[in-house]
Write a new protein. Sequence first.
Length: 647
Amino acid sequence: MNTKIAFSTASKYYQKGHYTRALETLNSVIDVDTSPKVYALLAKTLLKLGFRSDAAKAYGLAGRQSPIREDYLREAMLLHYDDGNEKEVVSIGNLIFPLALKDPDVAFVLAAIFLRRQQKELLGGLKKVLANGSHLKHLLMAAKLLTDDLNDEGNWHIVSTLFKKDPANITFRTLYLIFCREISDLASVDVHAAPILAATAAGKLDYVRLDNPFFHLHWCGDEALNKLAVHDTSPLPAGHAAARRKAPHTWSDKIRIGYLSADFWPDHATMKLLQRILELHDRQRFEITLFDHSRVEAQKAVDFDYSTWGTMVDIRGTSDREAAQMIRDRKIDILVDLKGHTKETRVTILNHMAAPIQVSWLGFPGTTINIDLDYMIGDHYVMPDHSRQHFHEKLCRLPETYQPNDPTHRPIPRPTTRAEHGLPENAFVFASFNGNRKITSQMLDIWCNILKRTKNSVLWLICNGPRAENHLALRFEERGINRKRVIFTTRIPYLLHMDRQQLADLGLDTFPVNGHTTTSEQLWGGLPLLTVKGTNFASRVSESLLNAIGVPELVAPDLQGYEDMAVELCNDPKRVAALKERLIENRYIKPLFDAERFCHHLETGYTMMVERAKAGLEPDHIDVPALPARTTPFQADEPDGVAIAAE
């Protein structure tokens, strides 16, 4: 039969639904005619007969001929994806990648595969087309491709698009509120968070369970609910932790500590706290290894000898399983994760049996959900006895504060003037240097009350950009506060920021997430900070730090007490001056900045963990005993503002 006639016959059979006869006819044609149209009809016929894998191959043969047919390759890719043939999907994707920038189905397939392969950096261009897709799966994938940069306009556009398309979707509403909090769009937060608050109050917890654990803390101060935020995490199988602890392990005379983080560079906020502790670890008793997945450009920006912190092991580019094996190969006794559920974390490495003792500390202020952990390091303020039920980890409580501080490398504030920073000379200056996402409507309203109740006072407020400043300025005006009484400032170089803090009279903390590093920096510079007694770890941090520096009276019992105390202090400048003097006097005598003392307590905690493990005991709550109180300073300031160790 003539091939043209045979092809026409096969087409007619196909159109009439006689797919078997169409296939038989095409099999006679394919030996002499391998044109794209023949393979395409073969693919359609095979698909009707249920042979999806063979149909994908036929579409691939149709599309790969010269010139390439994107439409046929598209069908081949989608079928291969449904059939689980990732190798062929990627091969075809390399040929038609430009199509992914306008076709949400193609974008979805490629995004799904590269996400599974931990190659998210390849997919930035696909977010927009997915956000404009017509199916829910497109929108959900767009949400997965969002980067951690909350100030990125592309991210903001996508989140806004997703929420407008499907405002009832829990994931999209949650994402939208995260971005609104970052830019201080409190009006939108009030409107769109209302259904979440109502549902939660009624015991409907879908919004809680699907929330990001870190951002959940910024609107919910209830630790009974915080532990339920499990977004993008999965429970471990039964017996997993027990099997890890019982696995063979060789102990040595030294305790081998491994720290896991993406923050190993001197200018990161975490290292401004931790650096001196790493230097002070007793190398006769402890072997320190840093499992590093920090950004290379951040580390190269500073000329620094990282060997002073410990042995650096680069785990960038490894899978979680490979990184865990590297940790086991070094026979680490205690693996300490410093990130938890925060930006750039790789805490899931701990779910691959990396070490016999696994610990969470410093990075995430709460229980680290669905991660295989034995202990969380805290103190009696951030983790009181009644909080134990809200942590799956056992509590290792240090005696004074959980937060380390570096008194050696942290600069002493240098003289500066209010005029240099646009502050009125004779006004009482309240200040808040916390991130904008921590400013809730409730806190802002309290600040407005404070300003209304005090004469000749201003609020000095840091902002992360013009959009946040505009939103906050409008909110203050709506609450009856003259625009001139709120002085907005921006982030400035660290040394200059450390200088300027002393110009304020009183720092105002936020709730339910306090300042953490921000609080310790203010106390180091001699600025009294007013906080409120918290209800979960994140809202109790400042209480811990204020007690450790010897000014516990700055912890108000509740929000009304916070407001009243701010007004009282504004009207009592002598008391404020005395608090400032006491902070300076206590800098080198109280525990907060005593790195040597802190290191001793921390190492005692590590030793107690190891002793239990060596004895074959399960992890249990540990309260580390305190050294005797200091009676002499541990350090002093040089005239040029550099902190030095006392003789």
